[in-house]
Design a protein around this ligand. Structure first.
Ligand code: BES
Ligand code: MN
Ligand code: ZN
Length: 513
């Protein structure tokens, strides 16, 4: 059903658990007990390094070596997880991402293995938790490593009870933050993993209403009639081929002490078939994840509200299903986006930018101090940066770099990308204000960014995160990342909200990106 987290200052050799997790580092001539494992090594009579070497452990990141404790620890099993060459000086703080991944790999291995999968497994984390950053990293890595998606399985899910072994006042606050963030990322992963027939736009909107009610946020949902009345031509055009009509969700978190407005907009295509510009079958397999941006905005807002951050945050989730049918939009149809800009739809598979255009244009009424959109927008993002690194574009170079920096502090890989002016003319249309695609594929991620820029309200600092690759993990699980939905960008959006609350964002003057 899930993973719970508690904290204790019980020493690791005495803790009641099914398994105790320690770190093992890659020493110059073999594996060495890592930071946090001193008590355990002493309880084992100083044999840990020798045992690890004999078992073939190397200390490589992600490697998990299991050792039976033979009664020398209260827990019957010890799991030593590699942290690489990190942590060689015993007082140096460990890179939080190394720690997150180590905790994730250990919990993932232990939670998924062994007899009695249905019963609760108690896992104690004796990983370094010497300050708040380390404690939070170990906790969130463990919580996310325990993630499984069991909605469509006939076997019930196992329960994992995590205990973070940490002494000191920093641990409780760190564990709380980890829990809030892990809950948000779990929500996003669940939404992405849900079959698209179970998460059509109205169902997604209903889920957003539940989350908003639980978090004390206000929410408005525009249905297809309200979208038509309001002039949301992009969302309607993309959604018109589906029997499941589109929605526009607007969430608002408005704490009394907030002085700044952050607007988040997330692409919410609940399934992207490509429309009449139909995708080939292989390219369609992961397209239930095409609402990963909208899910990240919803999850981030849930966390931002739970943490009580001192910033007003408005979230837009433009939700539509992109399907081919007799009512679908045609290549060469012309749409009128909210605010009046017309777009010639030359390729119905470039649909994300159409729904986001409505949301970005609509956000002008909220007078944002900062506008961020997040979207599984282009295959070109995956070609440029691979599946694990998101692209960041902005109308301000300093803002773009500050967003990349925020992502790094949140533990997510993002990289700065330009918006080259010379690519803009590719979006000129013979009949409308803009075309939705350029004549050639070159720089496809950047062209999509330039298209979105056309709809950013004048004078508003704006950044665009293309998470096409990172939103969904097609490959094997690694670190704290499961197969399937990853929750990409959720933690970055929370960090951005924190930075706005702290006055670190938006950065300075607008300038050419
Ligand atoms: N949802 C896709 C982008 C995508 C591709 C996300 C792969 C995740 C993995 C998007 O709607 C799309 O189809 N983009 C087209 C744009 C093209 C027609 C200009 C693409 O990238 O091929
Ligand atoms: Mn598409
Ligand atoms: Zn799409």
């Amino acid at each position: 059903m899930g993973t719970t987290l508690s904290i204790t200052d019980t020493p690791p050799h005495l803790v009641e658990a099914d398994a105790v997790v320690i770190a093992v580092r890659k020493g110059p001539s073999g594996p060495l007990p890592g930071p946090g494992s001193k008590d355990v090594d002493e309880a084992l009579g100083g044999t840990l390094a020798g045992t690890l070497a004999a078992l073939g452990a190397t200390g490589d990141p992600g490697e998990v070596t299991k050792i039976a404790t033979g009664g020398r620890l209260t827990a019957p099993l010890l799991a030593a997880v590699g942290i690489g060459a990190a942590g060689d000086s015993s007082d140096a703080a460990l890179d939080p991402e190394v720690l997150r991944r180590a905790a994730g790999a250990a919990v993932r291995t232990l939670a998924g293995a062994g007899p009695g999968e249905a019963r609760e497994r108690r896992i104690a984390l004796a990983l370094p938790a010497r300050d708040g950053a380390e404690a939070e990293a170990a906790a969130i890595g463990g919580l996310l490593g325990g993630y499984t998606f069991r909605r469509y399985r006939s076997e019930p899910a196992g329960q994992v009870a995590l205990t973070l072994l940490a002494a000191g006042g920093h641990a409780a606050a760190a564990a709380h933050r980890a829990q809030v963030l892990a809950t948000a990322v779990t929500l996003v992963r669940d939404l992405v993993n849900t079959a698209p027939s179970d998460l059509v736009p109205a169902a997604f909107a209903a889920r957003a209403e539940e989350i908003a009610a639980g978090a004390g946020m206000t929410i408005t949902v525009l249905d297809e009639q309200a979208l038509a009345d309001g002039g949301y031509g992009g969302i309607l055009g993309v959604g018109q081929g589906s029997v499941h009509p589109p929605r526009l969700v607007r969430l608002e978190y408005a704490p009394p002490q907030a002085s700044r407005v952050l607007v988040l907009a997330g692409k919410g295509i609940t399934f992207d078939s490509g429309g009449l510009s139909l995708k080939p079958p292989k390219a369609m397999e992961a397209m239930k994840s095409d609402m990963g941006g909208a899910a990240a905005v919803l999850g981030a807002m849930q966390a931002i509200a739970a943490l009580g951050l001192a910033v007003k945050v408005i979230g837009y989730l433009p939700l539509a299903e992109n399907m081919p049918s007799g009512t679908a939009q045609r290549p060469s149809d012309v749409l009128t986006i909210y605010g009046g800009t017309t777009v010639e739809v030359l390729n119905t598979d470039a649909e994300g930018r159409l729904v986001l255009a409505d949301a970005l244009a609509r956000s002008g009424a909220d007078s944002p101090d900062l506008l961020i959109d997040v979207a599984t927008l282009t295959g070109a993002q995956v070609v440029s940066l691979g599946t694990r690194v998101a692209g960041v574009m902005a109308n301000d170079g300093a803002l773009r770099d500050a967003v990349v920096d925020a992502a790094g502090r949140a533990g997510e890989a993002m990289w700065p990308m330009p918006l080259p002016e010379e690519l803009r003319k590719g979006l000129d249309s013979a009949v409308a204000d803009l075309a939705n695609v350029a004549p050639d594929r070159n720089g496809g991620m950047l062209v999509a960014g330039l298209f979105l820029r056309e709809f950013v309200p004048v004078g508003v600092p704006w950044a665009h995160l293309d998470i096409a690759g990172p939103a969904f993990n097609d490959g094997a699980a690694y670190g704290y990342t499961a197969k399937g939905g990853t929750g990409a960008a959720t933690r970055t959006l929370v960090q951005i909200a924190q930075d706005v609350a702290d006055g670190r964002l938006p950065t300075g003057q607008m300038q050419a990106g």
